[in-house]
Design a protein around this ligand. Structure first.
Ligand code: ZN
Length: 281
């Protein structure tokens, strides 16, 4: 809602005391977007403007406190496949999520990231409509860096069974999808489908900028359908410092146990990180 033209607002802002302006800044620093919007767009909160009724307190949906990007000593990407995180830094764990066969699961991951602040890396396949369906929800998280997108090939094909041009085509087609849908470049990180990788596929991928094949050290084992309890058990087994853990956005059980998975992270004082948080490209 705008009650005043830009010129009116400028005049108002000039007229009000510097203290009021400072308080706007303070609100912004506290990261309460609702405050900033209502204060800047609704001059009714400024004393000089008569207000017949008090401005109602906005009914905030619980806005999560944004968790700032961790400040870590990044390390260079090592040569060859990456299985874990550099050990120099604290209790960090990379929660990676692959595929995206079920759009509801991708939506649920986007939502839990938004409300909890966990940092995730998705290795997505552009062939799944879930990544188009959920782009509006994911884009702000990608833009802030809380969510990173890595390349998992467009069609989820085993790179070791493709010709060189097939490998290039699969990675580039997916890269184009990610760029067109999210405006980001997934390189140099990619995850070879099924974990099938060798020196030759790595050399071919590296020739087009994909120098970092990311594997894992621990899995929620939910690429197929398992029970929610099993997902929790695998998290208990593998949510550990410096681990890269793989999960899948393919079946709904994981979405029913997020609170338990987050509790494991909390109990173990684990901080989730994206690959960009710990590696320098
Ligand atoms: Zn996969």
């Amino acid at each position: 809602m705008r009650y005043f033209s830009v010129v009116d607002r400028r005049a108002l802002l000039t007229a009000i005391a510097a203290g009021a302006v400072l308080s706007l800044t303070a609100c912004a620093e506290h990261g309460i977007p609702g405050h900033v919007h209502s204060t800047t767009n609704q001059p009714s909160t400024i004393r000089a403007v008569p207000t017949p009724t008090p401005t109602p307190t906005p009914a905030y949906s619980p806005t999560p406190t944004p968790i700032p990007a961790p400040v870590l000593n990044k390390v260079r990407i090592p040569g060859g496949a990456i299985y874990g995180l550099p050990v120099a830094d604290g209790n960090v764990m990379a929660w990676t999520v692959d595929d995206g066969a079920d759009s509801e699961v991708v939506a649920a991951y986007a939502q839990i990231a938004k409300v909890s602040g966990i940092r995730l890396t998705f290795f997505l396949n552009g062939k799944f409509p879930s990544w188009t369906d959920n782009a509006p929800a994911l884009r702000p998280l990608v833009e802030s860096g809380q969510v990173q997108l890595g390349n998992h090939t467009f069609d989820h094909l085993a790179l070791t069974k493709l010709s060189d041009s097939g490998i290039v085509d699969q990675l580039q087609r997916n890269a184009a999808f990610i760029r067109n849908t999210y405006g980001v470049d997934a390189a140099p990180f990619y995850r070879p489908p099924y974990g099938y990788t060798n020196a030759h596929t790595q050399a071919v991928a590296a020739s087009i900028g994909y120098r970092a094949p990311v594997l894992w050290y621990g899995s929620l084992s939910d690429s197929g359908l398992i029970t929610p309890d099993q997902v929790v058990q695998f998290a208990q087994q593998w949510f550990l410092p410096h681990h890269i853990v793989i999960g899948h956005a393919n079946y709904t059980p994981v979405t029913t146990v997020y609170s338990q998975l987050l509790a494991i992270l909390r109990q173990r004082n684990l901080q989730t990180v994206t690959l960009n948080d710990v590696f320098t490209p």
